[in-house]
Ligand binder design. Structure first.
Ligand SMILES: [Fe+2]
Length: 324
């Protein structure tokens, strides 16, 4: 490069720096870092595509009616604001519980949503690093939570979640059981979802539903302190519960509220399992503690075992007496 050009570049670079603007060198460096982070995200997220995880599950090859187990793992996001993280979050709980799930005889695990505090690339990159660090081997499936969207509240897209995992409403069959993951992350259900749900639950075998946010009909879980219905969804909630009862759904697993509980409503058993590792907020709920569930389905019925972070496993029929 001729000296005049070199001097011009130096002068321009120093001029921009003195204005507080990034130099060309800094811009190139930032662009390289962004591209590298994008590649890391692409590489780390690739194994968790739903179709790949379902392929692993199909390879287990359960016969209809055969006994098998799966794990339910609740909310994992560490808290959106630093003060909540500081006051109520405990680092490493999600990883510890996820690691324990890997050593249990389960065919798959279902994460009940809110994996990240806000569905942006930086958070998902950290989350996939956590999965990678744990060395997850058991097929890992997810239900979309409100925090997994671009913003946790209000109408916004779930494009990143879709690009990493797949559709937000989906079902699969395993061992003659139909599993349905229903997207309640926008704090409402649409007519299309209700119609899809009714159709997909028209199935002769056992039916299990996973959805992130509780319907307001499950009153105890949707109040925070004295405020009722703030932690639940209202639009489409009654219709959804009517469909569950009419279609004789065997279990509905929920997250969003960082606690544990069981409720029966019009013949359907609802199990709250939001203690995957997220902060334990003092919101006035009973049974606020970190835990996972192991669910065994066999000819004799469905049995849940509660695995608290600390202490011995507890059969849920016994644990259910602890609530409300
Ligand atoms: Fe949530």
């Amino acid at each position: 490069m001729v000296p005049e050009i070199v001097n011009y570049v130096r002068m321009r670079a120093s001029g921009l720096a003195s204005l507080g603007l990034p130099t060309e060198k800094e811009l190139r460096s930032a662009s390289r870092k962004k591209a590298a982070a994008g590649l890391r995200l692409e590489k780390l997220s690739a194994p968790w595509k739903r179709e790949l995880q379902l392929e692993k599950l199909r390879a287990v090859g359960r016969e209809s009616g055969e006994e098998f187990s799966f794990a339910v793992l609740g909310d994992a996001e560490p808290g959106r604001f630093w003060i909540f993280r500081k006051l109520f979050n405990k680092k490493g709980v999600f990883e510890t519980q996820l690691r324990r799930v890997q050593s249990r005889p389960v065919d798959f695990s279902m994460q009940m949503g809110d994996m990240v505090s806000r569905g942006i690339k930086r958070n998902y990159l950290q989350f996939f690093r956590r999965l990678d660090h744990v060395g997850v081997r058991v097929p890992y499936l997810t239900t979309l939570g409100n925090h997994d969207r671009r913003f946790p509240h209000g109408r916004c897209d779930a494009d990143l979640y879709r690009s990493f995992f797949g559709r937000t409403n989906y079902h699969f069959d395993h061992g003659g059981v139909r599993f349905v993951s229903l997207d309640s992350s926008l704090i409402r259900l649409t007519r299309w979802q209700l119609s899809w749900l009714d159709r997909i639950l028209d199935f002769p075998g056992r039916k299990i539903v996973f959805t992130h946010i509780p319907p307001v009909g499950l009153r105890e879980w949707t109040k925070i302190a004295w405020r009722r219905e703030v932690a639940g969804f209202k639009v489409g909630a009654d219709e959804m519960m009517e469909i569950f009862s009419a279609r004789a759904v065997d279990r509905v697993y929920l997250g969003h509220v960082h606690a544990f509980g069981v409720q029966e409503y019009k013949g359907v058993r609802y199990v709250l399992s939001g203690g995957g590792g997220s902060p334990l907020y003092p919101v006035g709920q009973s049974n606020v503690f970190h835990h996972t569930l192991a669910v065994c389905i066999g000819p004799d019925g469905i049995r849940e075992t509660l695995h608290p972070l600390h202490g011995r496993p507890i059969p849920v029929s016994e644990a259910a007496n602890l609530i409300v």
